[in-house]
Design a protein around this ligand. Structure first.
Ligand code: FE2
Length: 348
């Protein structure tokens, strides 16, 4: 073979070799194992949440690696992992927890036209560190055979002497109760909130509870006539998610929305540790969009960011007037609320 044709052959072989290398590399990049993936730490643990993450992956190609645990454990974990944390998004329940995580520097400020449009201004951090994804109402439930629902129009009514030994109350450790007290501090001021707590504590049927569901049972069974709980705990029981016995008990209590109603949130933000903040922000935008928000809310019988959703159990409760207090303010007032509870006999 002449040297020129040998050179030609060599060129053809090397071109083929290179193009197959490029093709192999392209195939590798497109394979699922190398697709973009973000880490999500979530204090929400509802199976239907996972369905929404799948939809997000389908829509964007971004995979979600989920770690679910208790909110406070996730905060601690993220703190100890520091900049090495695999979490790009941190999702938590309760405004004060979101604020605490932000104060610890776990979130980074972000701005997004979609989130500004989808999340009402009072339900997001003014610095863009976290955004509400669902709303939850902390309401009054009564056993109508012991307390007339008309007796309760506002949270202040829970302190009336007529309810002596009728009130079941969750302890002061509950972030939900801390946020309710913060809410009243904002709306009614220090003096009125202090005497409200004193009045309620005087009405309490001991012991203080450590979670909401047993209080719903206690009201249904007539151990007390009235209690303060989040609506989704009642809805969960009514839907039969806790079994037939609890379903029958929930039928015995009536949900009363104080006017106006205190609203808390679950929400999330992009972590400071994130190395993919743009992808992380995309997930928040997806979850806050009106379609996903109602799915995310329904997963836990909560309310979407706007309106009352179409959950048939929540529809039975009817609508309510949210008090419009900013979730950020609830966080800012948390330590004052806790001190007031401690000083006035609300058991921890
Ligand atoms: Fe809860």
């Amino acid at each position: 073979m002449a040297s020129s044709s040998r050179l030609g052959l060599l060129l053809i072989v090397s071109t083929l070799y290179r193009s197959s290398l490029i093709a192999a590399l392209a195939a590798l990049l497109a394979s699922p194992s190398l697709a973009q993936e973000i880490g999500v730490y979530s204090g929400r643990h509802y199976n239907t949440d996972k369905e929404l993450y799948k939809q997000f992956t389908k829509q964007t190609g971004i995979k979600v690696k989920l770690l679910e645990s208790k909110d406070d454990a996730l905060i601690q974990r993220l703190k100890s992992e520091g900049s090495q944390s695999p979490a790009d998004v941190l999702i938590l329940a309760d405004a004060a927890r979101l604020d605490r995580a932000a104060a610890m520097g776990l979130y980074r400020p972000t701005s997004s036209a979609v989130l500004s449009r989808e999340v009402p201004a009072n339900l997001r951090d003014p610095q863009g560190r976290w955004y509400a994804l669902t709303r939850r109402a902390r309401v009054v439930i009564v056993n109508p055979s012991r307390v007339k629902p008309e007796q309760i129009r506002t949270y202040a009514d829970l302190a009336k002497p007529a309810l002596k030994n009728q009130l079941c109350l969750r302890n002061a450790k509950s972030p939900y109760n801390q946020s309710l007290v913060a809410d009243q501090l904002i709306l009614r001021g220090d003096a009125a909130t202090k005497s409200w707590i004193k009045g309620m504590v005087a009405n309490v049927k001991e012991p203080f509870f450590s979670s909401d569901t047993p209080m719903i049972r206690a009201v249904a069974q007539g151990q007390c006539g009235v209690a303060v709980v989040n609506t989704y705990y009642v809805a969960r029981m009514l839907a039969g998610k806790k079994g037939k016995a609890d379903q029958a008990l929930a039928e015995k209590v009536k949900v009363v929305f104080p006017t106006p109603t205190h609203v808390n949130i679950s929400g999330g933000g992009v972590t400071k540790a994130s190395d993919q903040p743009a992808a992380a922000l995309k997930l928040l935008e997806f979850l806050a969009s009106s379609k996903a928000s109602s799915g995310y809310a329904n997963a836990n019988d909560e309310y979407p960011l706007k309106g009352f959703g179409n959950n048939p159990i929540l529809k039975r409760f009817g609508s309510f007037r949210p008090d419009g207090v900013s979730a950020f303010q609830l966080g800012a007032k948390n330590s004052q609320a806790v001190a007031l509870m401690r000083a006035n006999g609300w058991s921890f």
